[in-house]
Write a protein that binds this ligand. Sequence first.
Ligand code: DIR
Ligand code: MN
Ligand code: MN
Ligand code: MN
Length: 314
Amino acid sequence: QSVAVLGAPFSRGQKKRGVEHGPKVIRDAGLIERLSSLDYSVHDFGDLSFHYPEKDEPYMDVNFPLSVGGANKMLAGAVSGAVGAGHTVVMLGGDHSLALGSAAGHARQCPDLCLIWVDAHPDLNTPMSSPSGNFHGQPVTFMLKELQGKVPEIRGFSWVKPFLSSRDLVYIGLRDVDPGEYQIMKALGIQYFSMRDIDRLGIQRVMEVTFDHLLARKQRPIHLSFDIDSFDPSLAPATGTPVNGGLTYREGIYITEEIHNTGLLSVMDLVEVNPVLGNSREATEATASLAVDVIASCLGQTREARRSVAPYDR
Ligand code: DIR
Ligand code: MN
Ligand code: MN
Ligand code: MN
C-alpha cells in the first residue's frame, strides 16, 4: 500500500493570498508521520512549482485564465503519473480550482471514476454565471460532459476535455449555492446533500445513499475532493470563504471513514486551508490539524482502535 503526497501551492483561483501555503502547514501539522504510522509507504513528491505568465487578463468571469489553465495542466500530468505508478494520491492545495487538474489527471488512468465533492459550495458556476470571477467556484463545470458546448473556449484550457457524467457526482455539505449553480444542479438532476439534508437524514443515511447512487451498478475508483470549508468555521477558521452551519467534526470524520471502508478511494484533494486567514496561530494550527485528521481517516485511521505495526507477533 503506497500513498503519494503531492503539494500544489496555487492561489490564483481566488483573490485571497495565503492559500498557496496550504501544503506547508498541512505537512507541518504532521501529515507524513501520521500516514507512515498507518503502515503505508509514503512517497512525498514535494510541491509542484508553477510558473506564471506576465500578462494574464480576465476572460469573461474567469480571472487569471492562463495561470489557472497552466497549473491545472501540470497537476493533471503529475496526478496521472502517480496513479499510473500504483499510488493512492493525496493532493494538497491550494485553492479548489486545482480539483479540475487533479480529477482530470485521475480520469486519464481511471475513466470510470466517480466524484464525491465535500464542500459548503458546489463550485459549479460557469464563466458567465460566476459572481466573483474566481475559478475556484467553477471547476466542476469544466468536468461535466453534459455541459460541453455550454462553456466557452478559454485561453489556457485547450487541454481540458470533460470526463464526468453528472450521475457520477455527489455533493455533501452544501449551504451556499449561487442561482446559476442551483439551476445546473436541478437541470442535470445531480445528487446532492445540503446541510439541511444532513440535518434531516443524518450522516449515516447520507453516506448510504451516496454509495447506492455511485457504486450500486459497479464498483469503481473514487475521487474525493474535500474543501476544508465544508466544516463549520468554528473548526476550520483558516479558510477563504467560511460559511456558518457546517459539518461537525464527527460528521466530517464519519464521511471519510465510510469512504475508506469502501476500499475504493483512489485520489483525494484537501484544499482551501489558508494559514494567513486564521485569527491566531491556534486557529491556523487547528485548521491544519483538522486537515491531517481528514486525510488520515480517509486512509484508514479509525476511532475504534489505533493500529500497531506488528500486533502480538513479537
Ligand atoms: C462562490 C464562492 N460560489 C463563487 N465559491 C467558493 O465565487 O463562485 N467555493 N468559495 O469554494
Ligand atoms: Mn470548493
Ligand atoms: Mn467551498
Ligand atoms: Mn483499511
